[in-house]
Design a protein around this ligand. Structure first.
Ligand SMILES: NC(=O)C1=CN([C@@H]2O[C@H](COP(=O)(O)OP(=O)(O)OC[C@H]3O[C@@H](n4cnc5c(N)ncnc54)[C@H](O)[C@@H]3O)[C@@H](O)[C@H]2O)C=CC1
Ligand SMILES: O=C(O)C(=O)Cc1ccc(O)cc1
Length: 300
């Protein structure tokens, strides 16, 4: 492993998990960390999320070989600008943001002289903050790297090995494709969850206690997802605007077709779709990518 010193900026769920996973799986690496929130830095010290919690971002990156930004995607540019002048010229810059094109552009603008290899570990929970991280978060999960065309091959190899050592499987794709794929597999599902839980809570003829009392499996799963961090998800939608709007257009058309089928009593259309979607679920299970409970529903 060619990164001896790793700096983590943002010590919440993802930053904390990266720090704890390094300590457990790559014990030769020295870690430093920084978070703009004082209480988070305090808690990060108590939990030992990194070897040294620094009081400035500049101090955290000063001697690093790799810096990983683990802040909301809308905060990447300002977080990078804060340590730009202290970053060693050889240090590789990466991140864990849920959308990639805008992050890649922001990091390239803020840190024009360093190699930038954005990454997205597709692993998380609805929890956030310095108490939420755990060392096994990335085990068996995908981490998608989106190196720009001019990225140094050695840095891509090093970062691939780094994520594999933390337990992840690595896939490489371009940032735009990543954003389209994740819009449909992650971002729109979150938007649907936020919407349905909001709709239920706005209904005047159904009380809040009824919603809680009678929430069957489906709605309960939506409430878990709709409990995800508001800042993080606001930033995802504002930063992956194009792909989300494109997918939302397709989704709305499909929803309208279902609405028409229900209104006209067209059971065949409903049955055909529900059969196709069941096949998708079965292929996910057959491919070993499901662990019975929902992907991110692990208690910890
Ligand atoms: N929550 C999840 O399940 C997943 C999140 N991600 C991505 O990981 C990133 C971090 O998300 P979480 O760890 O879940 O959020 P979090 O809210 O748990 O942690 C983010 C931390 O960044 C800190 N922060 C904000 N601005 C900062 C700045 N300018 N400088 C230093 N620290 C700053 C906050 O104080 C907070 O402690 C986001 O970009 C998100 O899209 C990626 C995969 C999964
Ligand atoms: O908690 C869940 O269900 C998630 O979907 C977690 C998650 C959130 C954001 C990501 O970019 C990746 C994974």
């Amino acid at each position: 492993m060619s990164f001896g010193r790793v700096a983590i900026i943002g010590l919440g769920l993802l930053g904390g998990s990266v720090g704890l996973a390094i300590r457990e799986k790559l014990p030769d690496i020295t870690t430093t960390g920084y978070d703009s929130d004082t209480a988070t830095r305090h808690r990060a010290r108590e939990r030992g999320l990194v070897d040294t919690v620094c009081d400035t971002a500049a101090e955290a990156v000063a001697a690093c070989d790799l810096v990983i930004l683990c802040v909301p995607v809308g905060a990447m540019a300002s977080a990078a600008a804060e340590f730009a002048s202290a970053l060693p010229p050889h240090a590789v810059v990466s991140d864990v943001g849920s959308s990639k094109q805008s992050v890649q552009d922001a990091l390239a603008m803020a840190l024009p002289d360093n190699p930038i290899i954005p990454a997205h570990p597709v692993a998380g929970t609805e929890q956030s903050g310095p108490d939420a991280g755990f060392a096994t978060l990335f085990d068996g999960r995908w981490s998608i790297l989106t190196p720009p065309v001019n990225a140094p091959a050695q840095a891509v190899t090093d970062l691939t090995e780094f994520w594999e050592a933390l337990g992840a499987k690595v896939e490489i794709m371009d940032a735009q494709h990543h954003d389209l794929v994740l819009a449909v597999t992650s971002h729109i599902p979150h938007l649907i969850a936020y919407t349905i839980v909001g709709t239920a809570s706005d209904m005047e003829e159904v009380t809040r206690s009824e919603v809680i009392k009678y929430s069957a499996g489906g709605f309960r799963d939506f409430t878990r997802i709709a409990a995800s961090d508001p800042v993080m998800w606001r930033d995802v939608f504002l930063n992956n605007r194009e792909a989300v709007l494109e997918m939302l257009g397709r989704f709305t058309e499909d929803l309208t077709a279902l609405q028409r089928a229900i209104r006209s009593g067209d059971g065949d259309t409903l049955h055909d779709l529900f059969s196709r979607t069941r096949d998708i679920r079965r292929s996910i299970i057959d491919s070993g990518q499901d662990d019975a409970k929902p992907d991110f529903g692990r208690d910890h």
